[in-house]
Design a binder for this molecule. Sequence first.
Ligand code: SF4
Length: 374
Amino acid sequence: MALGIYIHAPFCRTRCSFCAFYLRIHREDQAHTYVDAVKREIRLYAGRASLGEHRPDTLYFGGGTPTTLRPEQLADLVAIVRDCFGLAERAEVTVEAHPDSVTEEGLQTLRQAGVNRISFGVQSMDEEELIQVGRKTSRAALDRAVAHARTAGFANLNLDLIYGLPGQTPASWRETLAQALALVPDHLSCYALTVEDKTHLQVSLHRGDLPEPDQDVQNAMEDEAASLLTASGFQRYEISNYCRPGHACRHNLLYWQGGEYLGLGPSAQSYLNGCRFGNVEDLTAYQDRLAAGEPAVLQSEQLSPAQQRREALVFGLRLIEGISLDGASEDSVDQRDQTLQRLRQKGLVELEEGRVRLTALGRRFADQVAVELL
Ligand code: SF4
């Protein structure tokens, strides 16, 4: 079974108003200490029998904004993962990047280190919409970043977009999609804005400073993305993800196909040998634990075989092709099938030739479907 490694870089230059990820505003001294702690964590896990003979097939730097770290720091971490775990020969190595925090030389350093997939957080092409959510960037910076990435040799480039932003209209979303396509990406992620607890966005909405997101408008924007991107040669392979043929994100597929992954860095989550575990969501505590030679795990849960199957079903349903219903033990089939039949009667899933997949309506209510199946 394939193994993925995720490294959480908990730094950004500023915090976007909708963001609930664990992160701090970047400081060079803190970044330096953090990188040392991640190196310790890599070495700690590399010596563990629990990883068996796994050679990671994917390595993914997410955050936060990994490119707030210096390119040499990221290259160093790739090299240590390679030394300690022996990355597979054709491993997919992704770095999430903010267009403002990359340079041509830096991208070349990453490419030479073996990074072969770059994912730019764009969110919108409309600068007014970005200002509304506390992001400072310009269209010119994005154009430069994409051009530098291509010059550096990145043949696998993703753009992250968000729909349902305050002030965004169907017309401005169409324009964002059109401008994104003009940059000729290999992959596009289109996420619906969600209002997370304790975010600045939530406070602004409660105060009435911004209009509440309109679900019907968001649904129309999702449909617009699906039709425009598929008409432009992209395959929708997951609820929020589109790729040119052969460019699906292998790391994210691991999550949706029940694969195993090891998460490193504060707040990173792992799934290994049927056990879900997560690191402490605090940079100082994370570093202290590793300095003491201990894993930074805060909580863990060993899933029963039935729980593992239910989770595999829920994650697999995010894929447009759905998931095969093979592999369930007899004792769980009745209950699962009753739930699926109920969901089918509501028009939320369709069953065909031993596979189950969400319908277009089901994709809108994927979270509720998950609750019923878990
Ligand atoms: S750049 Fe990304 S990780 Fe950083 S605050 Fe904004 S959304 Fe969150």
